[in-house]
Design a protein around this ligand. Structure first.
Ligand code: E4P
Length: 218
């Protein structure tokens, strides 16, 4: 399963890359606004760090302007995935960009039928938002199961399921159990995966016992 970092924080992206935990990066207009940085130079910088797909989202909602924005974003680097919303116009942009060889990430997916449309439009990635469904008392992970079941029926679909709006490690665990292709997570959630109280306790015990030997490996 691939780990994408759902952030534009350069230090966090570099840190995950150094740990071998970075397969791609996703951004959205809210993440860009939070960064306080100019969009295009920021995406260029991220593409210089991350060799995997880097999602950069269009800002408009009409077909013509989204196409122009998508074409401009796609020129930033070979590893750009243009992110478009799951609307009729967005999927039309998806079809056109995909046919031209550009990776497309279709975002804001909240139903299995929307995911079916995205696959038919040639999406490279479909981004179902599990956390935002949980927020309204629907089970976000049920949506992932439904999409995987549907995609499995059709070997000519090549769209990868990119679990988005991840809030906690349980979303990652369930995604891995189900065989989702990608999870995109805030770096803090990826860091939580290293943690286990028995690891900390066990390591403290080993460190103490090693001191008693009076030895040094180096
Ligand atoms: C990533 O592609 C999505 O934009 C992101 O995961 C949304 O997360 P949020 O629901 O926490 O804003």
């Amino acid at each position: 399963m691939k780990f994408f970092a759902d952030t534009s924080d350069i230090d966090a992206i570099k840190d995950l890359a150094d740990c071998g935990m970075l397969d791609g990066v996703t951004t959205n207009p809210s993440i860009i606004a939070k960064s306080g940085r100019e969009f295009i130079p920021l995406i260029e910088e991220i593409c210089g760090i991350c060799a995997g797909p880097v999602s950069a989202e269009v800002a408009s909602t009409d077909f013509e302007t989204m196409m122009k924005e998508g074409e401009k974003l796609a020129k930033i680097a070979d590893n750009i995935a243009v992110k478009v919303p799951l609307t009729e116009a967005g999927l039309k942009v998806c079809k056109n960009l995909s046919e031209g060889g550009t990776m497309v990430n279709v975002t804001l997916c909240f139903s299995p039928l929307q995911a079916l449309l995205a696959a038919k439009a040639g999406a490279t990635f479909i981004s179902p938002f599990v956390g935002r469904l949980d927020d309204i008392a629907q089970n976000g992970m049920d949506l992932i199961g439904d999409i995987l079941t549907i995609y499995d029926q059709y070997p000519d679909f090549h769209t990868e399921v990119l679990v988005a709006s991840v809030r906690h490690p349980a979303h990652i665990l369930e995604s891995a159990r189900m065989g989702a292709d990608v999870v995109t997570c805030p770096p803090s959630v990826i860091k939580q995966l290293y943690k286990h109280p028995l690891t900390d306790k066990g390591l403290a015990g080993f460190v103490e016992d090693w001191k008693k030997t009076g030895q040094s490996i180096l």
